[in-house]
Design a protein around this ligand. Sequence first.
Ligand code: 4LI
Ligand code: NI
Length: 187
Amino acid sequence: MITMEDIIREGNPTLREVAHEVTVPLSDEDIKLGQDMMEFLKNSQDPVKAEELGLRGGVGLAAPQLDISKRIIAVHVPNGDLENPEPTLSAVMYNPKILSHSVQDACLGEGEGCLSVDREVPGYVVRHNKITLSYIDTDGVKQKIRLKNYEAIVVQHEIDHLNGVMFYDHINPENPYALKDGVLVIE
Ligand SMILES: CNC(=O)c1cccc(C)c1Nc1nc(N2CCN(c3ccccc3Cl)CC2)nc(N2CSC[C@H]2C(=O)NC)n1
Ligand code: NI
């Protein structure tokens, strides 16, 4: 089971590497890794388990954060509405690739956090508001989906990890809250 000790922190060179595509058919090892990553996210969002295991809450995780330089991400975005347990997006994605994106940009009004960054880095992280994404799922089937708003932000943050990019690389050092016209601020 993955816990915070398995998550490498900024300064570890693996976070700055470009990760390698996984081979298809998926190996049992890569399938198990994806399942373990998804389990971590769910545990991290469960108040009892997160407390018990000392987990920071996350909605996304990338294999390089486990010091594994493979193009694997897991995302588990809960529905804001507590009555509705259905997550808005829950997937393990192998070799995810952004095929196209909107002209419209967006950012989280509260900025971004990262499980590999043990500090607050304030500022807007401007990303694409909508993306068309392809990836291979746990069954080895190629999927093509469209995402927008928070789900699109999360997936772009995790794909950045596969390319050695950290969220604060996108923050304007002169003015962290500078915004060009038309950027959607997601609250
Ligand atoms: C500096 N200000 C901030 O961090 C920040 C501050 C306020 C609001 C937001 C929205 C912020 N931003 C931000 N909050 C999150 N979470 C909110 C808490 N949540 C969570 C925590 C506990 C249980 C269940 C859950 Cl659901 C987990 C997810 N996650 C991300 N990111 C950036 S994209 C990948 C994603 C990620 O998983 N990071 C670890 N950013
Ligand atoms: Ni991160």
